[in-house]
Design a protein around this ligand. Structure first.
Ligand code: LP5
Ligand code: MN
Length: 223
């Protein structure tokens, strides 16, 4: 597993009361019955951090939307709905993976609607692990090739859909990932200033998380 993430779970994360992972923790999750060594190590590290008192919650991403109850039970993580409103004593946040607001990426939204159907998921999970691995691998290739044809703007959050989303969630500070474009955006919605924080991807030599100390959000870099 990613060394930085393992060290983070064993160290800095345990200073926190709670950890929220906003999806795409895994490159491709094909079902809770895929007990390969890589997955097992991550489940064990999550379980150890949970057992040490860290409350870990997880939202689904587009790569790991099949994370289910068995994974949650074994890792000690809580699966949350997307979006999730996080009300803390001094501030309100709304958390999401972010993909649902990429409404201009029509092909992706059609794909998403299909694979989020319980019937599709039951049929997929009914296939052998080998078949699922093959399908997921093909879909990763389709995705990587397809993205070369799509503009950056079409793969980003749609501005009008985002404003509606911020309005619907009471102008809470919005945190999401998915777009691979870490930033802090300032939105003015109905005359109200709303912050939108976009999380960074994790790499072999660099990871990043946001921390909240009751007063401010801060990017924390791990190397
Ligand atoms: O993840 P990222 O950043 O590369 O791209 C996403 C969108 N892509 C996806 C697909 C995932 O990367 C791959 C799924 C991982 C495995 C999940 C479990 C197994 C499920 C198997 C499903 C068949 O989400 C990409 C967005 C991009 O974000 C935006 O930033 O554009 O969207 C797509 O690539 C979707 C295509 O546009 C739609 C293609 C539909 C054609 C389907 C052919 C299926 C062939 C495979 C056999 C069933
Ligand atoms: Mn994603």
């Amino acid at each position: 597993m990613n060394r930085l993430f393992r060290d983070y779970l064993r160290g800095p994360a345990r200073q926190a009361d709670a950890l929220y992972i906003l999806g795409d923790l895994f490159e491709a999750w094909i079902g809770d019955d895929d007990h390969n060594a890589f997955n097992e190590e991550i489940v064990a590290e999550l379980a150890a951090a949970s057992a040490a008192g860290l409350a870990i919650s997880l939202l689904h991403g587009n790569r790991d939307f099949l994370l289910g109850a068995d994974f949650a039970q074994r890792s000690g993580c809580t699966l949350l709905p997307d979006p999730y409103v996080l009300s803390l004593p001094t501030w309100q946040f709304v958390l999401s993976h972010g993909d649902a607001l990429c409404t201009e990426d029509g092909d992706y939204q059609a794909f998403r609607a299909e694979v989020r159907r319980p019937e599709w998921q039951a049929a997929f999970l009914g296939r052998s692990l080998a078949e699922r691995q093959q399908i997921a691998g093909r879909m990763r290739d389709v995705s990587i090739m397809g993205k070369q044809q799509k503009s950056m703007a079409s793969m980003d959050l749609n501005p009008a859909a985002t404003d509606d989303f911020l309005r619907e969630h009471g102008y809470a500070t919005f945190i999401h990932g998915h777009t691979h474009q870490p930033a802090r955006h300032d939105h003015i919605v109905d005359g109200i200033h709303v912050e939108r924080w976009v999380l960074a991807d994790w790499h072999e030599d660099q990871g990043e998380f946001l921390s909240w100390d009751g007063e401010q959000l801060q990017r924390q870099l791990l190397r």
